[in-house]
Design a protein. Structure first.
Length: 258
């Protein structure tokens, strides 16, 4: 029974996402003659902080790290989550800190009031951690959006990111940006260079997301050498590697933020 229930929930999440992508009225243009690639990290295991950030910096780039404060310092069987000190260090090194909720629950499981309170808790956590720039970009836990809660997000953030396995081009919904996941198996992750080749030929905004960057990755992460291959390939193909906030500056979206 639990397996069947999980499958039903997963299908519901996918349908919600598709409905938003299809019917969302809010649109913003991706205007760029340059291919733009953003590397983003969800939950932010400590290996994303140490290995992931260092790889980006090796190529003069920065990333966006979506933090869920309720996961701070949590030790799990196959990973450890970032500390407040780690968040502060990333920010000091020029990386963007985004919001991933505080509780890391699916947003659709919360009432509007509870969701707003959860976002407030994460904002307080980040401020107490020494992040002086308020998080203006958001990523959905489990990539599961909720049409019912869009109004809460629109009051707080410039963008929200899900999955979608596509490059953002043309007119897009800023509260449901699409992204390509870097995950296991490793052959799959290495093959993601094809997305970079695509955006290099036909400029748009390619957003990658992953979790841990470890020699023994979880199913949701990759090895350091794999991430470096993707970053180096984006550099070789003359893509601009930017955190989400800087990509938005290119499009002029910051001025449009409520």
């Amino acid at each position: 029974m639990p397996d069947i229930l999980d499958k039903v929930i997963d299908i519901t999440d996918r349908l919600n996402n598709r409905l938003i992508w299809r019917f969302a009225r809010t649109r913003r243009p991706i205007r760029t003659e340059r291919p733009i690639v953003s590397f983003t990290f969800d939950d932010v295991p400590d290996t994303a902080w140490t290995n992931g950030a260092a790889i980006l910096e090796k190529y003069g780039a920065r990333g966006t790290f979506y933090i869920a404060g309720g996961l701070e310092g949590r030790v799990e069987p196959d990973r450890r989550l970032i500390s407040a000190e780690g968040c502060r260090d990333l920010f000091a090194r020029g990386h963007e800190i985004g919001c991933h909720t505080f509780s890391h629950r699916k947003v659709g499981s919360l009432t509007s009031r509870a969701f707003a309170g959860d976002l407030d808790r994460n904002e307080i956590f980040l401020a107490d951690a020494g992040i002086s720039r308020r998080a203006t970009n958001f990523a959905f836990p489990y990539n599961a959006a909720s049409p019912r809660l869009r109004h809460v997000l629109q009051k707080r953030y410039t963008t929200c990111r899900a999955s979608g396995e596509a490059i953002n081009r043309g007119s897009v919904d800023p509260f449901m940006l699409k992204a390509v996941e870097i995950h296991q198996p490793e052959d799959h992750a290495l093959g993601l260079t094809r997305w970079i080749d695509d955006v290099a030929i036909n400029p748009g905004w390619l957003i990658f997301f992953t979790h841990d960057v470890s020699s023994t990755p979880t199913p949701y992460g990759c090895r350091p050498e794999t991430l470096e291959r993707l970053v180096s390939h984006a550099t070789e193909r003359q893509c601009d590697i930017l955190p989400v906030c800087e990509a938005l500056d290119r499009f002029g979206w910051q001025e449009a933020r409520p």
